[in-house]
Design a protein around this ligand. Structure first.
Ligand SMILES: C[S@@+](CC[C@H](N)C(=O)[O-])C[C@H]1O[C@@H](n2cnc3c(N)ncnc32)[C@H](O)[C@@H]1O
Length: 242
């Protein structure tokens, strides 16, 4: 099937429902999405949670016609557009796009900027973590902490953008928090995927001393990148001006 090139954003006032290609700048990518479909089919996904809505939300609804989907979105504009697409395609009875703004919170010793805490369906089979955007400090890492109690044993979580250092750090933190209760696998496709399988349920171990080291390192990285951004944005002083 020929996919539109996806450069147009979902931000038009009246969404163009034929434009659901996933190879645009902010989307997961067609190749990676095929892998997500396969892995979610393997666990017979009927209850899905997506962190970071977009074209992928409608595509998941199309690929899993029996599934109930909760998709979380932090941006008002993106929430509005994705909700409109879902309604116009007639998926609104089983797909909920929920606005949960980003906020700062602490988990154990770590600070995260991620979706406001809220409820999840009782027994989640599959989770796609493709938000919040990369600038949100340890935002994606916190998504697994939020959904953990609702994720069923044997359920699958897929983290997109695993080629980025922040996402790799999230997976390292998960391993320290959940130990043998999860299995991790890296797939080199699209922007990189990390597949997490829940082997058994445990109470997360947030007070692991090795996690404290990782927290310090991530604070340093966050402060450094914030400082660099601020310096880049500050206009250079002109010679002779105050
Ligand atoms: C990686 S995107 C999610 C993409 C979606 N899962 C998909 O594959 O279509 C993560 C978040 O970035 C934000 N976002 C989406 N498009 C954007 C754009 N063009 N510019 C800035 N932020 C965007 C939205 O808040 C979205 O939830």
């Amino acid at each position: 099937m020929k996919q539109p090139d996806g450069a147009e954003s979902l931000r038009e006032e009246r969404p163009d429902l034929t434009v659901l290609g996933l190879d645009g700048a902010f989307s997961i990518g067609e190749q990676a999405f095929s892998v997500v479909e396969e892995l979610f089919l393997e666990v017979k996904a009927r209850t899905l949670v997506e962190f970071g809505s977009g074209r992928s939300t409608a595509r998941l609804a199309q690929s899993f016609p029996e599934a109930r989907i909760l998709s979380l979105e932090s941006g008002h504009e993106y929430w509005h557009t994705t909700s409109s697409v879902i309604s116009e395609m007639g998926f609104h009875k089983r797909v909920t796009v929920e606005l949960r703004e980003l906020q700062w919170f602490r988990v154990g010793w770590g600070m995260h900027c991620s979706y406001r805490w809220g409820g999840f369906p009782g027994s989640v089979d599959a989770v796609l973590i493709d938000g919040p955007p990369g600038w949100a400090c340890r935002g994606r890492e916190a998504c697994l902490y939020q959904v953990w109690n609702s994720l069923r044993k044997g359920g699958t979580v897929i983290l997109d953008d695993y080629a980025r250092p922040g996402e790799r750090m999230a997976a390292r933190a998960w391993k320290l928090v959940f130990g043998g209760a999860i299995e991790l696998e890296e797939l080199v496709v699209g922007h990189g995927l990390c597949v997490v399988r829940k082997v058994r349920h445990i109470l997360p171990q947030f007070l692991n001393p090795r996690l404290a080291r990782l927290n310090l390192w991530s604070c340093y990285r966050f402060l450094r990148s914030t400082a660099t951004d601020t310096l880049r944005r500050r206009p250079m002083p002109l010679t002779g001006t105050r």
